[in-house]
Each structure stands twice: as C-alpha cells, then as structure tokens.
Design a protein around this ligand. Structure first.
Ligand SMILES: [Zn+2]
Length: 79
C-alpha cells in the first residue's frame, strides 16, 4: 500500500458529443455542427439550422453517444 493518492481524476465520459447534421431543407442543406452535453443528448429531438433557422427533427444514433451515456439513457427511458 502506498500513501500517495492521486488526486487527478480522469473522467471516462466525454462532456460533450459533437455531431454533424445536414439541414434537411433542399434550399438550404447547411452542415450544422452541434455540440450536446449529456443532458442535451438525452433530450435531443432535433435542431434549429443555424442558417435558415428552421427546425429539423432528428435523433441521435447509439453510435454517436458514448457507451456510458447510453447506459444512463436506458435507465431513464421507460416507455
Ligand atoms: Zn437550413
């Protein structure tokens, strides 16, 4: 046993997830870079295009969310 305790904490979970979504409107089609916190990612249902400001319905795929977030997500999604 060593006395020295590391005070450094390396979170295994990223704080933000970055996704890229193309605006679904044909006359726009802007690529939106969207950064979501964990809480936002759980509630994520779409985004407002930063160019035309129209609402794009969207979902996060499992592949886009870190495993640890998904586990939490499952616990909260009971319907
Ligand atoms: Zn747009």
């Amino acid at each position: 046993m060593t006395k020295a305790k590391s005070k450094f904490y390396f979170p295994r979970t990223p704080l933000l997830v970055q996704i890229e979504r193309r605006c679904s409107f044909a006359d726009c089609g802007l690529r939106n870079q969207i950064g979501l916190t964990k809480a936002e990612a759980i509630e994520y249902r779409g985004f407002n295009c930063s160019q035309c400001e129209r609402w794009n319905e969207d979902q996060l795929s499992r592949l886009e969310t870190p495993d640890s977030w998904c586990a939490d997500n499952d616990a909260r999604t009971t319907n």
